[in-house]
Design a binder for this molecule. Structure first.
Ligand SMILES: *Cc1c(COP(=O)(O)O)cnc(C)c1O
Length: 501
């Protein structure tokens, strides 16, 4: 028995099959004729022999041992794990989209070309940028593409080698900059959690190619001085790159293009409703001002008269960053999302995301300090540092939340907050869910003071025992076992109150 019932191999019965094939009506080709000798197996692979419903039940049961947006509240800060309307899945799965082949000539695929062309225009309208590439497959790849554009822009004039990055930045920012060959210089946040203008001025040399900033930043705070910041950079001939992963707070309300941003990436899989996490496909389109358009990757969709085509050449292009045209399925979902919500709907989504975050922050504030306290945007960060006195860490609280039936928020990020819990409720959650979540966190804070061992040993109602990440990193062969009573845990809904004192 493994952690959640038998393995599929343990269900295997010799000769049991999940399919019945009709007898063959063509002569069988001996394997040795079909494949070179050295590529044939001596021993057939050991595969489980099970009926179709054994396989279905096994994997469905395993999938239910997990948390997901479709089953639980998922307040994972910086990731915008919002609910994805099923309509967008249906649209992306329409045979006319799903069965396209990227090598089909443009004359056969006018529909998808039109969709991609219109999506570029919609993203321009949402962000205030002049042009977009839809190629990058993730936020981080969008950053890399943006940095290549920044390098190409300066090479035209005088190469520059420094990228300024605030200390609240997502880890991918310095990683992308370093990978692109830039030197990263950190800009410390001021006491209000925003970029410190004095500090920025000090670090802003003639060698600075760009500032990479996130707005709203990862504390969920809007950089109020963004226009002054952009002007400072531009005065020095440097560019402003915005990490647009937090666009969920800005849709229909304000546009980076109007703030002086020169280029940015969007995370369509976060803001524009593609299910993500677990490494699923994403899309990180990069938008630029008119001055930077010539550097965008190729190919680009062009419209001549009523016809669409691919333009494969560009004199100043940074080249291709993805096979074919990017993750088109994600692009279709984003298009459907934007078109179904419309301008007003997008603005309402952002406003609701902001209201939900502020509501939850207000409810939690009595139990947990908010270090950089201001009206937040779509997310906020609390510190659990006071609980350290009881031997309880942010990680313990996150694990305990699972017992209460909620997925855990992001922990230990941003790095400038000790014992950070970064909470992003998103616009799709109801007031009842937010109330329940706040109640759970306050209850855990109470447990931490009066029964810290309960929190330190959490989770106790999950399929897998508590995982000690530190130990697991040291001992890669470490195995975890089923919690006592796992079989019943699988059938009880997470959050079963019977274990609560
Ligand atoms: C998620 C995120 C990224 C990285 O995006 P990926 O699609 O995961 O590569 C970058 N910056 C911020 C602020 C993010 O939240």
């Amino acid at each position: 028995m493994s952690m959640s019932g038998p393995l599929i191999f343990e269900r295997s019965v010799p000769g049991r099959r999940g399919y019945v094939l009709p007898p063959g009506d063509v002569p069988a080709v001996p394997a040795a004729d079909a494949l070179p000798e050295d590529q044939l197996r001596a021993i057939p692979p050991r595969l489980p022999e099970v009926a179709e419903f054994d396989a279905v039940r096994h994997y469905t049961r395993l999938s239910q041992a997990n948390f997901s947006v479709d089953t639980h509240f998922y307040p994972l800060g910086s990731c915008t794990m919002k609910y994805n309307p099923k309509l967008n899945e249906r649209i992306a799965a329409l045979p006319g989209f799903a069965w396209l082949h990227p090598l089909q000539p443009a004359s056969q695929v006018q529909g998808i070309l039109q969709l991609l062309h219109e999506l570029e225009q919609l993203l321009c309208a949402v962000t205030g940028m002049a042009a977009f590439t839809l190629q990058p497959a993730a936020g981080a790849q969008g950053e890399l593409t943006g940095l290549k554009i920044i390098a190409a822009y300066h090479r035209r004039r005088r190469a520059r080698s420094t990228i300024l990055i605030p200390d609240s930045a997502h880890g991918t920012n310095p990683a992308s900059a370093a990978l692109s060959g830039f030197t990263v210089v950190q800009v410390k946040s001021g006491p209000d959690g925003l970029i410190d203008l004095q500090e920025l001025r000090r670090k802003l040399t003639k060698d600075v190619a760009a500032l990479m900033l996130t707005n709203p930043n990862t504390l969920g705070l809007f950089e109020r001085e963004i226009k002054t910041i952009a002007a400072l950079l531009h005065e020095q001939g440097a560019l402003v790159y915005m990490d647009g992963a937090n666009m969920n707070a800005l849709l229909g309300i304000s546009r980076p293009g109007d703030m002086g941003v020169d280029l940015l990436q969007l995370n369509l899989h976060k803001t524009f409703s593609t299910p993500h996490g677990g490494g699923g496909p994403g899309a990180g389109p990069v938008g630029v001002t008119k001055a930077l358009e010539e550097f965008l990757p190729v190919p680009r969709v062009r419209k001549t008269g009523a016809r669409f085509r691919w333009e494969t050449r560009g004199r100043a292009t940074v080249g291709r960053v993805h096979g074919f045209y990017g993750n088109v399925g994600v692009l279709v979902r984003a298009y459907a999302y934007i078109r179904t919500l419309g301008r007003e709907g997008l603005a309402r989504a952002s406003r609701t995301a902001i209201i939900n975050a502020n509501y939850l922050k207000a409810k939690l504030q009595e139990a947990f300090p908010v270090p950089f306290d201001d009206h937040c945007m779509h997310e906020f960060v609390v510190t659990l540092k006071p609980l350290l006195a009881h031997g309880v860490s942010a990680g313990d609280v996150a694990k305990r939340l699972l017992d209460y039936g909620h997925y855990a928020p992001t922990v230990y990020f941003p790095l400038i907050v000790e014992e950070a819990l970064m909470i992003e409720p998103t616009e799709t959650e109801s007031r009842e869910t937010l109330d329940e979540f706040a109640k759970a966190l306050v209850a855990i804070a109470h447990e931490a003071q009066h029964n810290p061992e309960l929190v330190r040993r959490a989770p106790q109602r999950m399929v897998v025992d508590r995982v000690d990440e530190v130990k697991a990193a040291r001992e890669p062969n470490l195995r975890y076992h089923a919690s006592p009573g796992t079989a019943s845990a699988l059938h009880a809904s997470p959050g079963d109150r019977s274990i609560f004192p």
